[in-house]
Design a protein around this ligand. Structure first.
Ligand SMILES: [Zn+2]
Length: 256
């Protein structure tokens, strides 16, 4: 089976000095593509550098809501203009995070909207991070739609968000979070979301799937995530692997 890790951070310091060997291990289990996701200017730059160095790696650049006030959207645009190597496939991870900081909601929304507008200008899709902020994420995306595609990363379904995803043909990505204990409603939401709108991710080095919690997560754990997804979708793993792989290539506009 072939895998596309749509969301990883080999630009994270946890991988300093071990990127070569780690990526080799991942390729040996069938990982063909990896998106390295930026969360500020420095990490976005590193994501682009990794995409220069490794043919499997693509870059997603942007400012995470936790970095609000620390960097500007103009800097993201400059990165794109100065370092564009044809492998910057989206703007992300952008969005809202009310788990860590709750007193800067308006600044977070402003930064989110500015980056949606940048993505529209550059004709790129967006990769969205939303934590403890599903209603505001819903409202922002409704009022400020991304024209070239929306992917909700580490998707944690709610009634509103699932509706939004289905009505607007958004993509959702599941990672290790799908293997954690889930509320009963999770299966119902999984039944509602068509396989054609699902991709997989690891969020490496974070969010390792069960039973590997507490370890450094890498893309070689994608088979565990896919297996769990196939149980929820009541689909054959091999068939599902082909669908999510193709979905990923299409969403990020990658021609094999
Ligand atoms: Zn991430």
């Amino acid at each position: 089976m072939r895998y596309y890790d749509t969301h990883a951070h080999y630009n994270d310091e946890k991988f300093n000095g071990i990127v070569d060997e780690t990526l080799n291990e991942c390729m040996s289990v069938g990982v063909k593509y990896i998106n390295n996701i930026g969360y500020n200017i420095e990490s976005s730059k590193l994501a682009i550098e990794l995409s220069n160095k490794y043919k499997e790696c693509y870059a997603v650049i942007g400012i995470h809501p936790s970095d609000v006030g620390k960097c500007s959207v103009d800097e993201v645009e400059d990165l794109y203009k100065n370092l564009n190597n044809g492998k910057i496939v989206a703007i992300g991870e952008i969005g809202l995070d009310y788990y860590w900081v709750k007193d800067n909601k308006e600044e977070q929304k402003k930064l989110f909207i500015e980056q949606i507008e940048l993505a529209n200008k550059l004709k790129l899709p967006i990769v969205v991070h939303s934590r403890d902020a599903s209603l505001d994420t819903y409202l922002t995306l409704k009022e400020h739609p991304a024209k070239y595609g929306t992917l909700l990363h580490c998707f944690s379904p709610t009634e509103d968000l699932v509706r939004l995803v289905i009505d607007n043909n958004y993509m959702v990505a599941f990672g290790g979070n799908i293997t954690y204990n889930r509320a009963k409603s999770f299966q119902r939401y999984m039944d509602m979301i068509p396989a054609s709108q699902i991709v997989i991710e690891t969020d490496a080095p974070y969010l390792p799937p069960v039973p590997l919690r507490g370890t450094v997560n890498t893309s070689k754990n994608l088979p565990i995530i896919l297996e769990k997804l196939s149980e929820y979708k009541h689909m054959d793993v091999e068939e599902l692997s082909k669908i999510v792989y193709r979905n990923s290539l299409e969403f990020f506009n990658i021609k094999e």
